[in-house]
Design a protein around this ligand. Structure first.
Ligand SMILES: [Zn+2]
Length: 259
């Protein structure tokens, strides 16, 4: 008989992810989509550089009875087929602490139900809009088996005036913090545009690190940052470990090419 754990989502009931859980690794997260224009552009860049990513999506872009939302739902299914991870970012990007308990529950669980309908399985990863929660909301999330994902590297790509220096800022923080969880937005055209440069510069920086005898800071799946509520690291699925190994091999290949 298979153990009961097999039926439990690997993403549910984990400790709040803050970004410092897995030194030497970086994971990229994109909020507020799906966006029919910039999300597909970002997906193809991620695939070109073989970088895993998680998308925290807002219900109004995929769970409304209009053609744009229907295309958004189809895009989400496509993202999952291509190996990207989907998380819940509420139904309408609400600032949760300003809502009544009932309205906050509807914003979170309503979107979870819509996601389950679109994807055909429950979605436990959650990111609060603006990173804003409160004691009662955190209790609600914990009771509902949700895993809250915060970040420790803020690209500030949401601010139009900051859009020029995003890649430099993110790379600087990845290197100074030794990795972490990067917050980006797949609704921004400039984020899609700067992404290839960021990944190229990260590869270059990693080659330098390897030359100096340091380990690289590898882009990985969010799996690496998950901890049980008691702090025990979650088991990383073998297919995810394989992707990381491939990314390490690709990097060392790339570094020898550059010399
Ligand atoms: Zn957001």
């Amino acid at each position: 008989m298979e153990p009961a754990e097999e039926t439990i989502s690997p993403w549910s009931n984990a400790k709040i992810v803050g970004g410092k859980e897995a030194p030497g690794y970086v994971t990229f997260t994109f909020d507020d989509g799906p966006d029919l224009k910039s999300t597909p552009e970002i997906l193809s860049v991620l695939e070109r550089f073989e970088v895993p990513a998680t998308f925290f999506v807002v219900g109004r872009h995929f769970a409304k009875p209009n053609d744009t939302a229907k295309a958004g739902a189809e895009l989400l299914r496509d993202m999952e087929r291509r190996g990207f991870v989907i998380g819940n970012h509420t139904s309408n990007h609400q600032h949760l602490p300003s809502l009544s308990t009932k309205a906050a529950r509807a914003a979170i669980d309503g979107n979870a139900a819509d996601l389950a309908k679109v994807l055909g399985h429950p979605v436990h990863l959650f990111r609060p809009p603006f990173g804003a929660t409160s004691g009662p909301i955190r209790r609600m999330l914990r009771k509902g088996g949700k895993t809250t994902v915060r970040w420790n590297i803020d690209s500030q790509d949401f601010v139009r005036a900051q859009r020029k220096g995003i890649a430099e800022r993110v790379l600087r923080e990845i290197l100074s913090k030794g990795g972490g969880v990067v917050l980006l937005h797949d609704t921004k055209s400039w984020t899609a545009r700067m992404l290839p440069g960021l990944f190229e510069d990260l590869e270059k920086a990693n080659c330098e690190r390897l030359e100096n005898g340091q380990g690289p800071i590898l882009p990985v799946s969010l799996h690496y940052f998950l901890r049980d509520r008691n702090g025990t690291p979650r088991r990383i699925p073998s297919e995810v470990l394989k992707v990381t190994q491939k990314s390490y091999d690709r990097l060392t290949d790339q570094c020898t090419k550059d010399i």
